[in-house]
Design a protein around this ligand. Structure first.
Ligand code: NAD
Ligand code: UFG
Length: 337
């Protein structure tokens, strides 16, 4: 299927482009490079021997995305493009609402114009807000995200559902990712955050290569077995395959579908430190700090629906993901250059 991948040079998008090509799809990328590098395109080519067509455009520019849609006429869109830093979204909410909402609305407008009627959207476990119970299932209440970034995901889910109602031929998949980590086993693709990483795995890998002194563990007084926060870490390769499986599902014209993409297994911060040490043999010094405001104790997915309806299941565990994340970090100590 010819697929337009927005944000296709980012962390999850680039791995998904590789999986799409490997599965025999044609991928076309749009990205404004606000959080990615053009060199990622060379790396995708290095892995697949295919250089996808790339358009450096901002999706907030309606004319630009309309032109691409007219030229390429894709059958499906996977919409990764968006800003994703929780803390930054609290400081600059308008930037997040503007970028994430306008880009999605423009994309839908252009899709409608050229009758592209399949879209996969990168949603997040953040739409569940503070979970009342775990594991989370797709029918659990959505809303009251704890920050503007999360609110954009809630709002975009609503926008897509409303547009789907008004345009029944449109197939929409809302994929709620849990915590993507890891990288391509070649060490060519991985997570490349700007500045001090907010997320656990890139912070650990930077400690491992000596770029940071120690891991700051945000609290050990949660009601969890070791007191540290529990999350559902999913290898980005598994996540990428989930998108390929979802495209197959959309080809059956299901209308609106919603899936959690996680592993179904929770891992605490300290368990992650031990998994990393096991995978790499590198010791990760850590110090316990006060809890990070806005964090929840425990968050993991029930992924039975994706298993049943997509025939998809995560194959890798956190030890695999630690090995691949470390490999990427070692080969790219200063990120992708
Ligand atoms: P990323 O920042 O690596 O990739 C997003 C890409 O979108 C970047 O390459 C960026 O340059 C591009 N982009 C942003 N705004 C754009 C615009 N207006 N026009 C064109 N391109 C634009 O992020 P990622 O980790 O790969 O995440 C991909 C998607 O998955 C995002 O929507 C994110 O919110 C969602 N998600 C990520 C996580 C996670 O932990 N990484 C968890 C849940 C959901
Ligand atoms: N943590 C630390 N030290 C760090 C970083 C994280 O102890 O330096 C802990 C956190 O307190 C938490 C766990 O590691 O218990 C995971 O934290 P991350 O920041 O990696 O991930 P979050 O679950 O907080 O956030 C992620 C995405 C968000 C998304 C959210 C809910 O980064 O975009 O999942 O889906 F909104």
């Amino acid at each position: 299927m010819k697929t337009l991948v927005t944000g296709g040079l980012g962390f999850i998008g680039s791995e998904t482009v590789v999986k799409l090509i490997e599965a025999g799809h044609e991928a076309v990328i749009v990205d404004n490079l606000s959080n990615s590098k053009l060199a990622v395109l060379d790396r995708i080519e290095g892995i697949t021997n295919v250089r996808p067509r790339f358009y450096k455009i901002d999706l907030c520019n309606l004319d630009a995305i309309t032109d691409v849609m007219e030229k390429e006429r894709p059958e499906a869109v996977i919409h990764f493009a968006g800003l994703k830093a929780v803390g930054e979204s609290v400081e600059k909410p308008l930037m997040y609402y503007h970028n994430n909402l306008l880009s999605t609305m423009n994309l839908l407008d252009a899709m409608r114009k050229f009758d592209c009627h399949n879209i996969v959207f990168s949603s997040s476990a953040t739409v569940y807000g503070v979970p009342e119970h775990v594991p989370l299932v797709e029918t659990d209440p959505v809303g009251h995200a704890t920050n503007p970034y999360g609110e954009t995901k809630v709002m975009i889910e609503h926008i897509l559902m409303d547009v789907q109602k008004s345009w029944p031929e449109l197939n929409v998949a809302l994929l709620r990712y849990f915590n993507p980590i890891g990288g391509h086993p070649s060490g060519l693709l991985g997570e490349d955050p700007n500045g001090i990483p907010n997320n656990l795995m890139p912070y650990i890998t930077q400690v491992a290569i000596g770029k940071r002194d120690h891991l700051r563990v945000w609290g050990n007084t949660y009601p969890t077995p070791d007191g540290t926060g529990i999350r559902d870490y999913i290898h980005v390769l598994d996540l990428a395959e989930g998108h390929v499986a979802t495209l197959k599902k959309l080809a059956q014209n299901p209308g609106l579908v919603i899936y959690n993409l996680g592993t179904g297994k929770g891992t605490s911060v300290l368990e992650m430190v031990h998994a990393f040490e096991k995978a790499t043999g590198v010791k990760i010094p850590y110090i316990i700090y006060p809890v990070r405001p806005g964090d929840v104790a425990e968050n993991y997915a029930n992924c039975d629906k994706a298993a049943k309806e997509l025939g998809w299941k995560a194959k890798f565990d956190v030890v695999d993901a630690c090995r691949d994340a470390y490999n990427f970090q070692k080969k790219n100590p200063n990120g992708i250059e």
